[in-house]
Design a protein around this ligand. Structure first.
Ligand SMILES: [Zn+2]
Length: 192
């Protein structure tokens, strides 16, 4: 087990921590948006050429949209940002008519796959906040559990969490990290 393997574990752990932090930030943002969306319906769109992508929220729902203009359309300047806000906070799925082709909505979920004008393509997906919040909480929860486990369980590798009970080599067999020393990981009953 070389240094290379230990480094890969360290990079993987750092990436996991970063993704957890990002997920936690999005989780908090979703909680704020959830409450806010009952008072206001907001939408932000960013354009680049013929593509416009957007995020909208209203009535406890979040929508992600993409519109591709017809090739004949005038291109919008890259990075052009639109923002609109409407009071009331109506649910986004209120605007979806499941009887229309390319439109579907149920229980706060929904999608639109449409061609509003000739050559234009529009795609929207709507997800309720009650669904988004727990999904975003999974990674942070796993990270917290991992940290708590490591604190309680001194008989495991500080880098990868591998169980080092009975290990006397002074090196983690899983990732190659130097351990605190053989004695520290001897089984408790052996010391008695
Ligand atoms: Zn290890």
């Amino acid at each position: 087990m070389g240094k290379g393997k230990a480094r890969i574990f360290a990079i993987r752990r750092r990436l996991a921590t970063f993704l957890s932090a990002l997920s936690l930030a999005l989780c908090v943002a979703t909680a704020i948006v959830w409450v806010w969306s009952y008072m206001w319906q907001d939408g932000v769109r960013v354009s680049a050429g013929l593509l416009t992508t957007g995020v909208g929220f209203g009535g406890g729902q979040v929508a992600i949209t993409a519109i591709i203009e017809a090739p004949s359309s005038s291109r919008r300047p890259n990075g052009h940002i639109d923002w609109d806000q409407r009071p009331g906070g109506a649910a986004i799925t209120d605007a979806i008519d499941s009887d229309q082709p390319g439109q579907w909505a149920k229980l706060g979920f929904g999608y639109i796959w449409d061609s509003p004008t000739f050559g234009t393509r529009m795609f929207a997906i709507v997800v309720p906040c009650w669904f988004v919040l727990p999904v975003l909480a999974i990674l942070p929860a796993l990270t917290v559990r991992r940290i708590l486990r490591r604190k309680h369980d001194s008989g495991s590798c500080g880098n990868c969490g591998y169980d080092l009970t009975g290990n006397t080599s002074g090196t983690c067999p899983e990732c190659g990290t130097k351990t605190k020393g053989a004695a520290a990981y001897a089984p408790a009953n052996e010391a008695m």
